[in-house]
Write a protein that binds this ligand. Sequence first.
Ligand code: HEM
Length: 485
Amino acid sequence: MSENHNRLTTSWGAPVGDNQNSMTAGSRGPTLLQDVHLLEKLAHFNRERVPERVVHAKGAGAHGYFEVTQDLSKYTKAAFLSEVGKRTPMFIRFSTVAGELGSSDTVRDPRGFAVKFYTEEGNYDLVGNNTPVFFIRDAIKFPDFIHTQKRHPQTHLKNPNAVWDFWSLSPESLHQVTILMSDRGIPATLRHMHGFGSHTFKWVNAEGAAVWVKYHFKTEQGVKNLDVNLAAQIAGENPDYHTEDLFNAIDKGDFPAWRLHVQIMPVEDADTYRFDPFDVTKVWSQKDYPLIEVGRMVLDRNPENYFAEVEQATFSPGSFVPGIEASPDKMLQGRLFAYGDAHRYRVGANHNQLPINRPIAEVNNNQRDGAMIHGNNGGGSVYYEPNSFGGATESPAHKPAAFEVTGQADSVSYNHDDHYTQPGDLYRLLSEEERARLIRNIVGAMTPVENEEIKLRQIGHFYKADPKFGQRIAEGLGLTIPQGE
Ligand code: HEM
């Protein structure tokens, strides 16, 4: 053994005399309760896991920076976007959605694209996906939707009946289903896919004027996808294929990069646009609202420790900074609650104090105590507000921009029910080879569905998007489209 080894210690810092043999009564045993090193070692081992994320459990992360390439301060006062060339450290976590922590990387699933910008005005989290839309558009449907993506309560198997039953009864999912079943449903690597904020957000400038905004991260590596058969083979041979690829690329200095673009919509357009611009199942036409480049994100550093940095990372769509605010998007509104709640359960009430989550901005929040306090817990400083003793005070200049709300409180759907135009446009945009693969993927995914009614209902949706789209799926499944569909 080398002279240079550090001394092995217990968790209370005392040297460990023997780490190979437990202390026993006589050479045969039994083992003594007095072996406190053994007790501590076994007990800590039992506590090595925290609950995995209820969705997006399998993921890979990296550190990097974001650099502003265009001054958009006329739209937002966000300090980290204030001048060309400004760099902000960031951390990203990519993930699959439905699988567990050990599940395969190369399955057909949206990919999470969660970015934490450590800005001087606090952390800004942009918790998006590699798709510009989502399956549903109201947070109240999320637990039901995710149940259908997870395992059956009795068989513990994935359940295509539930998946297609829910989708066929929730036609707003058609756009995302079409994207998911296309080539983009299985990216070649995490480096070869775009990222999206998906929701509409609000940007507010220094004068208090607002615009609506959507985010697009465009991969500089180009979009590449995996052939389905190869993906299935890799899923068996190397379930961590994407995780490994990202780590190795960064390790050898091949730093992946994305260009961040935004679409900007004047606030007044929201009232008259041809669909509700807060509906997360729709994309805004780039002819109406062209992409404007904001900056460049580069991933140039691997985590030193997976658990500390990737597993304990907590991203929340509610972590805004001055100049960036929520829109009325009903999915986003639900997410503003769900993530912080998940973090307090999964990581703990003081998850924001962990190094990976801690803002570089000074935190003066008067929160004290709770499990796992780091540092001095505010010491003896003032711990309430208002106060007369020089403690932290609120800054009215940073209040979110006021906005008007009218209408009756009620449970209502978005008033626009065209679920078909955008998925149909997408289908028509694909080349014949891409359409053939889309049809094959959908037919493959729907074949195990036992209930013919579910299949017919879903075919009806594809048919409404484009009659040929529906017909080809019906043919592939050996079914005939009922009259009147
Ligand atoms: C993770 C809830 C919709 C992207 C999570 C987590 C929860 C959650 C509870 C686990 C958080 C954690 O344990 O740290 C919800 C709810 C939604 C919703 C209630 C709808 C109302 C969406 C949408 C997107 C999205 C629309 C993308 C546009 C993500 C990502 C993660 C995640 C990327 C993983 C974050 C990470 O890497 O730690 N979601 N989600 N979710 N969600 Fe959602």
